[in-house]
Design a protein around this ligand. Structure first.
Ligand SMILES: NC(=O)c1ccc[n+]([C@@H]2O[C@H](COP(=O)([O-])OP(=O)(O)OC[C@H]3O[C@@H](n4cnc5c(N)ncnc54)[C@H](O)[C@@H]3O)[C@@H](O)[C@H]2O)c1
Length: 429
């Protein structure tokens, strides 16, 4: 079956979201013909008109220069006929229980013919054991796990310059893994060939470890506040130890986004479903939830009651360079502030459209300076570079109060205080 595959065959990409669109564009950029399919007809129409539905640096140009090699469709049959390798990039959101919702993956699998000609290459993040279960229920289907590690905000760059490419296949399916490896080889990066369950586990473990590092440094920051130490100094001193490394040691108001919260909880649930209580991840999740709310106590410490207070949020997306609002800390923060009687106004350079339907009662401004007008306090939520460049004297002259909470330790405190404002970061004194 698969041994007859030809390099010349188009590659199928199913699900054209953050991962699928970047994957399709990058494969086309590598010179491959790609057929990308999505059930969302409006998205496909927009892409066909040349509109890119997400904010991702470099993506628009990449898609534009590869238009001829990238076909878009809403019909699965248009992918299945020409393509043999099918990269599955559909979303796997959390269910209420915290398990991964695999209904979209199941819908894709149910449409694949039993002819044995196709190989499903799973890029969606799925619980370890998913590939084995799909293989068991569809014995003629070839299955490869190829988890995705790109980061929103630098997705194209990450895809084209991976640290590593993980490819998992079980006995009998190695031919398809070889094909996947051949596609990725020109990109460089360490190739990790392994079995399917281990590949699935690598993705979950990597995200859980990164989230653990964030919750760890957030707790260190909270202790620093108690003992009047500076977490930036602590993180620097820790990060120089090569066993620890400097990455992901920046405290803030909690991680969010489409991956960490759901993947950490999916791994915790996966362990629990297998009879193992993953204690560490329970704490990681709890610390993250509490961290989002610490801003409220910082505001109360300075302002007392928040009833009637005007609070300006700078940045709404879960991180800079994206308009993704999934699990953004700003959502929890705005909700808590409103529940405590505060009025919330907000500005984000690109995420307003995505944020509006999720944040009722919030006043949106079209610039940071407009958002701070008449505010009792300003909270930096997302560390967009433009906020570090703000004219703080101008900010001070427009505010009613004088409090700046730097939720990402992204501002130069001396510039803020030189303008006569009170500065409070995370774990800094
Ligand atoms: N976003 C990231 O940074 C990132 C990074 C690494 C891994 N992942 C994982 O990759 C997967 C996709 O994430 P995303 O952020 O790209 O999701 P997304 O929500 O942006 O995109 C998913 C797309 O799949 C489409 N879709 C849903 N069901 C479909 C079906 N049956 N057939 C065809 N299309 C269908 C949706 O319409 C949507 O366009 C998830 O499992 C996620 O955990 C995401």
């Amino acid at each position: 079956m698969g041994q007859q595959m030809s390099d010349q065959r188009p590659i199928g990409v199913i699900g054209v979201g953050w991962v699928g669109l970047v994957t399709a564009g990058c494969f086309a950029d590598l010179g491959r013909e790609v057929i990308a399919m999505d059930v969302n007809a409006a998205k496909i129409d927009a892409l066909e008109r040349g509109e890119v539905p997400i904010h991702e640096p470099g993506l628009e140009g990449l898609l534009e220069r590869n238009r001829e090699r990238l076909r878009l469709t809403t019909e699965m049959s248009e992918v299945l006929d020409p393509a043999r390798l099918l990269f599955c990039c559909v979303d796997t959101p959390p269910t209420y229980s915290g398990d991964a919702d695999l209904s979209r993956v199941e819908s894709v699998v149910s449409q694949l013919p039993e002819s044995g000609e196709h190989a499903l290459v799973m890029k969606s993040t799925v619980p370890a054991g998913t590939g084995r279960a799909i293989r068991r229920d569809h014995p003629s289907l070839t299955y490869v796990s190829c988890p995705e590690f790109l980061k929103e905000g630098s997705a194209v760059e990450d895809f084209l310059h991976p640290d590593r490419v993980v490819i998992g296949a079980d006995p009998g399916d190695e031919w398809a893994a070889d094909e996947v490896e051949a596609i990725y080889r020109p990109l460089g990066g360490e190739l990790v060939r392994t079995d399917v369950a281990s590949a699935e586990m690598i993705k979950l473990a990597a995200n859980a470890f990164l989230a653990t590092k964030i919750s760890f440094i957030n707790e260190i920051a909270n202790v620093c506040e108690e003992v009047r130490a500076d977490v930036a100094e602590v993180a620097k001193g820790m990060g120089l130890d090569e066993r620890i490394g400097p990455q992901f040691l920046r405290p803030g108001i909690g991680y969010g986004g489409s991956c960490f919260p759901k993947d950490v909880s999916a791994l915790k649930q996966l362990a629990g479903n297998s009879g193992y209580h993953f204690q560490l991840l329970t704490a990681v999740i709890e610390v993250n939830e509490l961290q989002k709310r610490r801003v409220i106590s910082k505001l109360q410490k300075h302002l007392g009651s928040l009833v009637g207070r005007e609070i300006a949020l700078l940045g709404l997306a879960f991180k800079p360079d994206t308009d993704d609002m999934r699990e953004a800390s700003s959502l929890v923060l705005a909700g808590r502030l409103q529940a405590d009687g505060a009025r919330v106004r907000a500005y984000d350079p690109v995420a307003e459209d995505a944020a509006r339907p999720l944040m009722s009662g919030v006043d949106f401004s079209d610039s940071a300076l407009r958002a701070v007008e008449g505010a009792d306090a300003v909270v930096l939520v997302t560390e967009w570079p433009e906020f570090a460049e703000l004219d703080w004297a101008e900010v001070a002259s427009r505010m009613r109060g004088d409090l700046v909470i730097d939720g990402r330790n992204a501002l130069r405190s001396e510039l803020v205080t030189a303008a006569g404002l009170a500065y409070e970061g995370i774990g800094r004194h």
